[in-house]
Each structure stands twice: as structure tokens, then as C-alpha cells.
Design a protein around this ligand. Sequence first.
Ligand code: FES
Length: 103
Amino acid sequence: MSELSRTQDITDPEGLQFQIQIDDIAVNACDGETVLSVLLAANYKQIMESDREAVSGAYCGMGVCHCCQITINKQHKQKACQTLVQPNMQVETKQNRFKQVGV
Ligand code: FES
């Protein structure tokens, strides 16, 4: 299984305790950080694709802009900045229900 490195952490990450899957690639994470934190540490910049296929990155980082809505554990439109990581979490970027279901 391939693994992504956290190359964008401001300081050395301490207490990496488990892995989550981002687009089927394992990334180290620790209790208490958000999905957005892990995405940014792994150098993901464009994470969301809207229903109109517009790609965006996270803007506010605090739950206001709705620009970080991704698929988490098969649930669409979850805010990455408002979701704490959990072991074996499945994160999918640039996905939307219209693309997957064909509505
Ligand atoms: S980054 Fe703005 S709502 Fe998550």
C-alpha cells in the first residue's frame, strides 16, 4: 500500500498515532487534528469539486465558506475543517454525489 508523506507541517508532527486513507493512500494522523489539517500537511491544495464541477481549496478553515466539502466515510459534503480524524477514516477529495450517482 502506498503512503503519503506529510511535507507541509509547520513543526515536526508529534504523536502521530494512526493512519487515515486519502484517495486510497495512507497518511499518518493524530488524535485531535482535523481532516483539513492532514490534507494540508500532505500538500493537498484543491480538495473539493462542486456539483457544477468547480474545484476549490479550503478558504476559511473554520466552517464558514463551505469550500472544503469532501466525502468522508462515504458521506458526501462533509466539511474537512470541521471533522476530526479517526483511525482508518476514508477520505475522498474532489468527489460529489452527482458525479458518483449520476443524478
Ligand atoms: S474551509 Fe471554509 S468551511 Fe471548511
